[in-house]
Structure formats: C-alpha cells, structure tokens
Design a protein around this ligand. Structure first.
Ligand code: GDP
Ligand code: MG
Length: 181
C-alpha cells in the first residue's frame, strides 16, 4: 500500500501550494482538462523512488472557497481545525503540519499542535504514530528561515523551513518524509 501523507495547518499557511508542488507534473497535466476541479484533494507524489499519496485538507478551509465560509476566530473555525487535525491522524502514515514563518506562532497553530500531540499513538518502542513533521513555510529568505526556531514552542520537534512557492528546503523535507515510510 502506498503511504498517505496528509497536509494539515490553519488556513493560509500554504498547504495547497505545497500540495501542488508535491503533486508535480502529473497534477498540472490533469488540471489542464476542462471541467476538472482545481481544488484537488488527493494526488500522487514521488521522491527518490518512493511513491506516495498526498492529501490536502483545504476542502474545509474558509479561505479556499468552501461552501460554508467560517470567520476566523469563531468557535466554528476552531472546531473545524480540530476536526481536520483528528481526521488527518486517522488517515495519515505521515502528517505534514504547516505553519507560516512570516506570521509566527498563532493561537490556531497552538490548537492544531495540541490536537496532534494528544491524539498521536505511542508505540511500544516509544515512537509516536503517525509521525508529524513540522513544516515552517514561507521561509523565502534567510531572515525568515531564522524565524523557524520559534516554532519549537509547538512541541512538535525540529522545524523544517521551506518555501513552497520557491521550492527551497523541500528536498530536505522530502528526504525526512520518505525516511518515515
Ligand atoms: P492554504 O490555505 O493553507 O491552502 O494556503 P495556500 O496554499 O492557499 O496559500 C495561501 C497564500 O500563501 C497564497 O497567497 C500563497 O501564494 C501564499 N504562499 C504559499 N506558500 C508560500 C511561500 O512559500 N512563500 C510565500 N511568500 N507565500 C506563500
Ligand atoms: Mg488550501
């Protein structure tokens, strides 16, 4: 069975941008077909010979044209984030938890981190299942890459600084990702 990689994080951190990058050419070609949905949720990715499914959780993002827009900070918004994070843990072999280097740690990030930590299963060997990789996106330059260390506060281990737009840092992230399959 192909490993399933699920992208989680509050709206606007860059999940869909990273999803499109991981999905690569295959997705771009499919999306040229008229009538196919642009907000694709599942695609196939590949890195150093490892093939995996990647899932975006953007469908419940208020910023991506969901049917029931939720205002940021409302009780429903936090509830959606909880539901998203729990669903990700059920489905995922590896979770990529995205945060935003420019924005820093937000209350919604803390909420996601808490849900992930509380709901991971501890294996007999002490490892947490599924593993969660903390991805600090929008680290487009050195100053922003240096911001990554503030996310240790989330208690999710070492942050991986990337720029989904520029494609920087994604190689190291993907090396670590496939090492967790
Ligand atoms: P999502 O809501 O988590 O799916 O986030 P999106 O992928 O829709 O991105 C939200 C916004 O952040 C868009 O305007 C993106 O162009 C922008 N964005 C995504 N990744 C990066 C990045 O690496 N650097 C910068 N500067 N902007 C980014
Ligand atoms: Mg999205």
């Amino acid at each position: 069975r192909k490993p399933v990689v699920v992208l989680v994080g509050r709206p606007n951190v860059g999940k869909s941008t990273l999803f499109n990058r991981l999905a690569g050419e295959r997705l771009a070609i499919v999306d040229d077909v008229p009538g196919t949905t642009r907000d694709r949720l599942l695609a196939e990715g590949e890195w150093t010979g490892h093939v995996f499914d990647v899932m975006d959780t953007g469908g419940i993002d208020p910023t991506t044209g969901g049917k029931d827009p939720l205002s940021i900070g409302s009780a429903d918004y936090i509830e959606q984030i909880r539901v998203q994070a729990k669903a990700a843990l059920e489905l995922a072999d590896v979770v990529l938890f995205l945060v935003d280097a420019e924005a820093g740690v937000t209350p919604a990030d803390l909420e996601v981190a808490q849900i992930l930590r509380r709901n991971q299963k501890k294996e007999e060997d002490g490892r947490l299942n599924p593993p969660v990789l903390l991805v600090v996106n929008k680290a487009d330059n050195n100053a922003l890459r240096n911001m990554a260390s503030q996310f240790y506060e989330l208690g999710m281990g070492d942050p991986y600084a990337i720029s989904a737009v520029h494609g920087t840092g994604t190689g190291d992230l993907l090396d670590e990702l496939v090492a967790n399959f």
